[in-house]
Design a protein around this ligand. Structure first.
Ligand code: LLP
Length: 443
């Protein structure tokens, strides 16, 4: 599943002891395994090989450019959602043709950037956005391939904050609207609307919602074909589950086996398939390493107070997400064989693992059974490689964590820890005056 294990009794990432990384760069720190990133990308490519899909890693899940570079070298393209992510993908060496660009609120500036750089595909989320892309593409005399994001109205059975493919969300358009939009705009020479984009939500732990949404997309394609509108590209989005607990998610093969029979004949007829996995590649490729500051006992509850919290990893408090966590160097007898919600070992203590912020919702786990913890211990939070660092914030003026990439026996800092100077760098105690032209100023 990944290259993190408590070999020799203490947690290693590939060949490197995680405690040695914490000693060198401090905490909190995200530690990623390059071998895990490559393995997951390869497994996906192998599982879906019969469709030869373009696999575009979802940058939002783990946007560090060294992580992206590792994946570009492993052959993936990039799925981006902002001008900033376009810049990251390009900086990581991803050819623009291998970038797909989604997002409900693309600004003119971002669309111009995508056109200028010749981004491979724009995933369009609404009719007004499509009209804007047509206008800007015509102005730039540059045609762009576009796919329309369609909501197949399938329930992915995931958290309400990450459900996207039901009928009415801010993302994409429903099937009836899609048909009308293709009919109205399917022949525009600047925004070449010849793709369908699906993304039903994430994480999705069963294959049926994908099968059903692909069926609906194929039915739409057939209706369009009867109108003379040919779809070249079908982008299935991402959302494939990852193992937050050992064995929780179907593996890449199961998703692929469910969907490929439907798509194989279309691919033989020239359809290109795109996948946009984020979590399934990055989640298990990263752990968050935090140090216990204090252990507060004496009341009904024991609090393990860490230097990481909701500002470092938002998922537990935002989605009630479960992240397995365990001491980096557990006492003998507490070395875990697998990662499960309930660990059956003698001597565990139920604790709340909390962060330093002034918020009651600032926690990493509630009522979690852990080996006895003490001040100064290191705790590793697993499956944190996706939507960990990327959703972190500087709330309460804590600097952002460092990021380290391990490859074999080598560990490299790929984002240095922010200093207090970094934290204050964009602010000016006196403010910089904005020259408001006199005629627009209030009398
Ligand atoms: N494609 C599109 C259009 C997306 O919106 C997303 C994720 C993906 C692909 C990648 O999904 P993945 O394979 O990583 O599940 N912050 C939440 C997840 C939000 C997902 C947003 N869109 C979390 O921590 O679970």
């Amino acid at each position: 599943m990944d290259h993190f294990s408590h070999s020799d009794g203490s947690l290693h990432c590939e060949g490197v002891p995680v405690a040695a990384i914490a000693a060198a760069v401090g905490t909190p720190t995200y530690v990623y395994s390059a071998a895990t990133l490559r393995d997951h990308a390869r497994r996906l490519a192998d599982a879906w090989a019969s469709l030869s899909p373009r696999i575009c890693f979802s940058v939002k899940s783990c946007p560090n450019i060294a992580v992206l570079r590792t994946l570009v070298e492993a052959g993936t393209g990039m799925d981006v959602v902002s001008g900033g992510e376009i810049a990251r993908a390009l900086r990581a060496g991803c050819p623009a043709s291998q970038i797909v660009y989604a997002g409900v609120g693309k600004s003119d500036e971002e669309i111009r950037l995508a056109l200028r750089e010749r981004v491979g595909l724009l995933n369009i989320e609404s009719e007004p956005e499509l009209e804007n892309v047509q206008r800007l593409a015509e102005g730039a005399s540059r045609a762009a391939h576009c796919a329309l994001r369609v909501n197949p109205d399938v329930d992915p059975r995931t958290h309400r904050h990450t459900t996207t493919g039901t009928r009415e969300t801010k993302f994409g358009v429903d099937l009836a609207q899609a048909l009308a939009i293709f009919r109205r705009h399917g022949r525009n020479p600047f925004a070449l609307l010849d793709g369908i984009h699906l993304h039903i939500g994430s994480p999705v732990y069963s294959t049926e919602p994908y099968v059903e949404s692909v069926r609906r997309a194929l039915a739409l394609m057939d209706t369009l074909a009867a109108d003379g509108i040919r779809i070249r590209t079908l982008d299935l989005g991402g959302g494939f589950g990852a193992d937050y607990e050992t064995g929780q998610s179907p593996d890449a093969r199961r998703y692929a086996e469910a969907v490929t029979p439907l798509l194989a004949p279309r691919v033989r007829d020239g359809l290109e398939v795109i996948l946009e996995p984020g979590r399934t590649i990055a989640a298990n490729a990263g752990v968050l390493v935090t140090r216990v500051q204090y252990v507060k006992r004496g009341g009904a509850k024991t609090f393990v107070i860490c230097d990481a919290g909701m500002h470092t990893l938002l998922r537990p408090s935002h989605y009630d997400a479960f992240h397995f966590m365990w001491p980096v160097h557990p006492a003998p007898g507490f070395v875990p064989a697998r990662r499960a919600r309930e660990m059956s070992m003698d001597g565990l203590e139920a604790v709340d693992v909390v962060g330093p912020l002034c918020e009651t919702g600032d926690y990493l786990a509630l009522d979690r059974e852990l080996p006895p913890m003490s001040r100064g211990d290191l705790l590793a939070v697993f499956t944190a490689g996706a939507y960990g660092m990327s959703m972190s914030s500087r709330y309460n003026s804590h600097a952002l964590p460092a990021e380290v990439l391990v490859d074999g026996a080598e560990a490299r800092v790929i984002r240095r820890r922010e200093t207090l100077d970094d934290l204050l760098a964009h602010e000016d105690p006196h403010g910089a005056r904005i020259g408001i032209p006199a005629e627009t100023a209030a009398p």
